[in-house]
Design a protein around this ligand. Structure first.
Ligand code: GLU
Length: 304
C-alpha cells in the first residue's frame, strides 16, 4: 500500500523552491494577476481517502479542463452523434490552431482543442434549456459542491481578447458545423472556461472518470463505454501538443488548462490534481508536469 501523503510531501519539498516556474498565462488579461508561487496537490483514492499538500484549497481558473466536463455532458445527452461533428485524433498542434480546421472541412481534430470544444459548446447550447445555469448545475452536482461558480471577470476578459476563438467559431459556422449564433456559443464557452475550482473540487469533479462513470455520491452519469472513450481522448489529446510527452513522462489520462491546473487519474485507483500557474512553452503547468512525473515514478502507479 503506497503512503500517498508521504509521496505528496516529498514531491512538494523537492519542487517548492524551484526558481524557474514558467510564465503565468497573460493572453487572457485577468489570468495574469495570479501569483506564480502557488503550488498545491490533492489526491482522492477510489475508497474516498484524501491526501493534500500546499495551496490545494485556493481556487483557480480551470480553463480548458472544463472541456472534459462539457464533453461528458454532451456525450451523455446526444451519445455517439457527437463524432459526426468532431474527430478523436490528437492534433499535434497548439490548442488554438486554425489551419487544420480549414484543411479538414470544419471538423475539429478532437473535442479538447478550442475548435472542438466550441462544437461541444454548440451542442450544449442546443440541448440545454438554460445552457450556462444548467451546465454549472451539472458541474456542481458531479462535484457535490454548490459553491462552485463562474468568474465573470475572467469570462469578460476572455471575451474582450478572444479573437482567435471568434475566428474558430466563424470558420466552424462557414463549414456548417455550428447550429447557433457565434456570439451565443462563445458566451457559453467563455463562461465554462471561467469556472473556478480548487484542487479538491477538481479532483472530486473528475472522480467519475476513475470510478466507472459514477460520481462522488455514486450516481451514474456516464456508461463504462463512455468513460473508456473520454479517458482515451484525455490520454491522446489532453495536453495540447505535449500529449505524447505527458503519456511518456506520466502515463495517465488527464487534462491541463492555461490556469495552471492539471487533473489526471488512474481508473479504479485515484484522481489527482496539481496546480501551479506558471506554464511551460506548450501551455502546460511547469511544476505540475514535473510533480506528476515524480508521482507516477515514485508510486509506480500508471496505466502502463
Ligand atoms: N479559454 C481558453 C481559450 O479558449 C482556454 C485555453 C486553455 O486552457 O487551453 O483560449
Amino acid at each position: 500500500m503506497v503512503d500517498f501523503q508521504a509521496v505528496l510531501d516529498e514531491i512538494y519539498a523537492e519542487l517548492q523552491n524551484t526558481t524557474d516556474k514558467g510564465a503565468v498565462a497573460s493572453y487572457i488579461p485577468e489570468l495574469a494577476n495570479v501569483d506564480s508561487d502557488n503550488f498545491g496537490i490533492y489526491l482522492n483514492n477510489i475508497q474516498g481517502d484524501d491526501f493534500y499538500v500546499g495551496d490545494w484549497d485556493t481556487p483557480f481558473s480551470i480553463q480548458s479542463i472544463s472541456k472534459v466536463l462539457s464533453l461528458a455532458k454532451a456525450f451523455s445527452l446526444v451519445g455517439n452523434k457527437i463524432w459526426d461533428r468532431v474527430d478523436v485524433e490528437p492534433s499535434g498542434n497548439p490548442f488554438n490552431h486554425l489551419s487544420l480546421l480549414e484543411l479538414e472541412n470544419g471538423i475539429p481534430r478532437n473535442p479538447l482543442i478550442n475548435s472542438g470544444a466550441i462544437v461541444i459548446a454548440d451542442i450544449l447550447v442546443s440541448e440545454l434549456e438554460n445552457p450556462k445555469a444548467d451546465f454549472l448545475a451539472y458541474v456542481r452536482n458531479l462535484t457535490n459542491d454548490q459553491t462552485i461558480d463562474f468568474n465573470l471577470d475572467v469570462a469578460a476578459s476572455e471575451k474582450e481578447t478572444g479573437y482567435n476563438n471568434y475566428a474558430a467559431a466563424n470558420l466552424l459556422k462557414s463549414f456548417d458545423n455550428l447550429e447557433n449564433d457565434v456570439d451565443e456559443v462563445l458566451d457559453f464557452y467563455f463562461h465554462q472556461c471561467s469556472i473556478e475550482m480548487d484542487c479538491q473540487q477538481l479532483t472530486n469533479a473528475f472522480f467519475l472518470f476513475a470510478n466507472r462513470g459514477k460520481c462522488m455520491r455514486n450516481t451514474a452519469h456516464l456508461t463504462l463505454n463512455q468513460v473508456k472513450r473520454i479517458n482515451g481522448i484525455m490520454l491522446t489529446c489532453g495536453f495540447y501538443d505535449e500529449a505524447g510527452e505527458f503519456a511518456f513522462e506520466v502515463g495517465l489520462p488527464g487534462k491541463s488548462g492555461v490556469g495552471g491546473g492539471i487533473v489526471a487519474l488512474l481508473p479504479n485507483e485515484f484522481t489527482i490534481t496539481c496546480w501551479s500557474p506558471g506554464l511551460n512553452d506548450k501551455g502546460n503547468s511547469y511544476l505540475g508536469m514535473m510533480a506528476l512525473e515524480k508521482f507516477t515514478t515514485k508510486t509506480k502507479l500508471s496505466i502502463f
